[in-house]
Design a binder for this molecule. Structure first.
Ligand SMILES: [Cu+2]
Length: 313
């Protein structure tokens, strides 16, 4: 089978392409056909009904023409009903995962994705075994996002305070892009990640390793990992540059101006509070947009991030 992308469609990598692509092509060529007819008639009628002489009168008012009206009602009706049945067949398949699926929980937030596995592993890219049905149970921490995997031909909105599911079965190994397709703020266009489809053996090895990401790392190394894996990097730089939030470079031990809360010494307690209750003390000149990580970061992870921040001199 040819899996490469075409001019209109991205590369193929899931079982859905079997019915999504033919449906897309059918819709597409029907649209092209009518586009052609309409353009042709516009040009034809422009000349046919051109007012050529000043004394030429407009035709009398035409009230109706039963045959014509039935034609332009029934033909489109048959066409759209046919398209409906073509579409709904695939739609049902895409709604209900087959039994024996594996589940991954997905959380969208401004502006990153995070994937949580039943084993406890949390990752910033979605890693799945090939030829296995995978169900994603998705929710958002802030605004509406939308999870789109073009190569799998599937997409679903990701809503706050609600769970929305989606499933797929990848048909070949590889790395395929994932994008947020709901305009969700400043860095929306950077809210992308990837699905990595691997062999079952590689998947098992990866999962074992990812389930205990702290294994063999110092707290600071683990903190450095969390900085990217938990999406802090979307808003905090480590090189002193200002993004959405303050850079972490050299903040430990510094006096921070927190507006109404006054000058605050950046120590372990302040860092913990900044992660658990970001709105408690908002750094002067920044918006209170940081989500809380209460119930998200474990104590061990908070300590690891603190250890990491201390190393950023
Ligand atoms: Cu988004």
């Amino acid at each position: 089978m040819d899996n490469s992308k075409t001019f209109w469609l991205p590369e193929k990598a899931s079982t859905f392409t079997d019915f999504v692509d033919p449906a897309f092509n059918l819709f597409f060529w029907i649209s092209i056909f009518f586009f052609g007819i309409i353009c042709f008639l516009i040009v034809l009628f422009t000349f046919k009904y051109l007012r050529r002489r000043p004394e030429q009168l407009a035709s009398a008012q035409i009230t109706h023409n039963l045959k014509l009206e039935l034609t332009w009602t029934l033909i489109p009706l048959v066409i759209v009903m046919a398209l409906f049945f073509v579409g709904i067949k695939g739609y049902f398949k895409m709604r209900v995962p087959p039994s024996g699926f594996m589940q991954v929980n997905v959380t969208g937030q401004k502006w990153s994705w995070s994937f949580a596995y039943p084993s406890g592993a949390v990752n910033d890219t979605l890693v799945v075994p090939v030829n296995t049905p995978v169900k994603l149970v998705m929710t958002s921490k802030d605004v509406i996002h939308s999870f789109f995997i073009p190569a799998f031909r599937t997409k679903a909105d990701v809503l706050p305070n609600r769970y929305h599911a989606l499933w797929f079965q990848a048909t070949r190994t590889g790395v395929f892009p994932v994008e947020c397709t709901q305009y969700c703020g400043t860095s929306h266009s950077y809210m992308w990640t990837a699905v990595k489809v691997v062999d079952p053996d590689n998947y098992k090895a990866w999962l074992d390793n990812a389930s205990d990401p702290a294994k063999g790392k110092t707290p600071a190394e683990f903190g450095a990992l969390l900085y990217t894996k938990r999406g802090c990097s979307a808003c905090h730089s480590i090189d002193g540059s200002r993004i959405v939030g303050p850079s972490w470079k050299g903040i430990f031990g510094r006096q921070e101006n927190c507006g109404p809360a006054g000058m605050v010494m950046v120590d372990e307690a302040y860092l913990r509070e900044s992660m658990m209750e970001p709105a408690a003390k908002v750094v002067n000149g920044y918006q209170p947009v940081m989500p809380t990580y209460k119930g998200v970061l474990t104590d061990r992870e908070v300590d690891a991030i603190t250890a990491y921040i201390k190393t950023l001199k």
